[in-house]
Design a protein around this ligand. Sequence first.
Ligand SMILES: *Cc1c(COP(=O)(O)O)cnc(C)c1O
Length: 389
Amino acid sequence: MQQADRIKNLPPYLFAEIDKMINKAKQEGVDVISFGVGDPDQPTPEHIVESMIEAVRDPSTHSYPSYEGLLSYREAVADWYQKRFGVELDPEDEVVSLIGSKEGIAHFPFCYINPGDLALIPDPGYPVYKTAVLLAGGEVEMLPLKKENNYLVELDEISPANLKRAKLLYLNYPNNPTAALATREFFQRVVALAKEYDFIVAHDSAYSEVYLEEEKPLSFLEIAGAREVGIEFGSLSKSFNMTGWRCGWAVGNENLIESLGRIKTNIDSGIFEAVQKAGITALTSEKTAAEEMRQLYRQRRDRLVAGLQDLGWKVPPNQASFYIWAEVPPACENGEEFSRKVFQETGVFFTPGIGYGQQGDKFVRLALTVSQERTEEALERLSNSSIFN
Ligand SMILES: *Cc1c(COP(=O)(O)O)cnc(C)c1O
């Protein structure tokens, strides 16, 4: 049977091929150390797990959940926004629950993109923004993120024609894969532009709590006027080591939230209420465990960056997220070639940056989801390889 065009026309998924390569090596007995995994290696904090166990035993959680999420869950999200960002949200109209933020990020274009409509997408970026727009029948204009501009979208470089056509702009800070943070001034300019040209800003803040220096990431909604143009996606996944639980939210402009909620009522039936109750515990508990998590990533980052710099590879320390976005050494043509060489010689895996867009061609991404011990082992192997000698 012929697949539908919308599936056939999706760009090939590099990561599926990478998984194949890694699995094959493992079967052949290679002791793989992968810096490719964008998934915390640490377990969910115990008090959240306990709260889930209690909630599972309560039969009231066993039925279909409400589409928009328990009001108590949406209130917990709103309270957390108030505490963390000083942003007031109406839990009834400005918060919707998501089955992980990816779910909302992927469904959102279906609310606003008609066939042929244009969306502006950062490159490099989380692949879901582009594929979701394509699935909705839209067109994409890729916006390069450059090191010289601290990986902020170069707003002045977007053509007036594209600004006029655009219905939607995706942003993501702290950024995956570049680890960049947005500045207040940048967000202010985005709000002004969105108002001038009448497009929606969809901000992905999946890494808002993964910051490794003093400067805390901003919510887009902290900016005056952002609520008129914006929706922000958030998640327990990276901030609370809860990727497997599938628990997130979208907050912001009430019309945008209503539209997303309407699509969702036709497609899914919400998050298991026991998971939402554990989510409330995560958001409201004093014991967040987030600082411990940040400390762990700081230690790993410092060791890995120092180790790689000792080998002569000038990788930059990341300020936020758990990714190091590094230009490949000058001797290597591109990230794919460098990654393959390193893997074949050492069993250490770095993700080729091209997987996040054309602009990632000369980069690789290293995730700090590898233990100190295995990081030492990886550094040892790299120092003995021909690549750095
Ligand atoms: C991990 C990730 C997400 C999705 O996380 P969920 O588990 O679906 O909440 C969204 N955006 C970026 C940039 C990510 O890296």
